[in-house]
Design a protein around this ligand. Structure first.
Ligand code: SF4
Length: 120
């Protein structure tokens, strides 16, 4: 299984965000799910048009709109589907930074997490 190492310097820190900020964002995501957050995992965008539409929706959100970003992207803290799709194999995942580098999301992510913007 290949790992994505694009733009990943192995430092473990996302540009512009301190380790504390990243940890706090990660905790906020986990807390939202512990609080029962439900996200829109379906429908999975099968076409470029559907994918772009989701990106458009995400672009309308402000940087502080964490909850809505998670809802629109269909974020999950577990692998998804029969194939167990997960961030680890997604083209937007920075393995060493444990970060989703899709600009419209730009959030901390664990390898076992997933969202419906998943691409390989
Ligand atoms: S786009 Fe989704 S699946 Fe891909 S790294 Fe980001 S959060 Fe994970």
């Amino acid at each position: 299984m290949t790992q994505n190492v694009q733009d990943d310097d192995g430092s473990g820190a996302k540009d512009g965000l301190s380790g504390d900020d990243q940890a706090s964002q990660r905790r906020m995501i986990e807390d939202l799910f512990e609080g029962g957050l439900e996200t829109q995992v379906d429908p999975f965008p099968e076409t470029d048009k559907e994918f772009s539409k989701l990106l458009d929706q995400l672009r309308e959100l402000g940087p502080e709109d964490l909850r809505e970003k998670l809802v629109v992207s269909g974020w999950k803290l577990t692998p998804h589907g029969e194939d167990e799709m997960r961030c680890q194999e997604c083209m937007y995942y920075l393995v060493h930074k444990r970060w989703c580098d899709l600009p419209e999301l730009d959030l901390p992510a664990e390898p076992e997490w997933w969202c419906r913007l998943w691409r390989i």
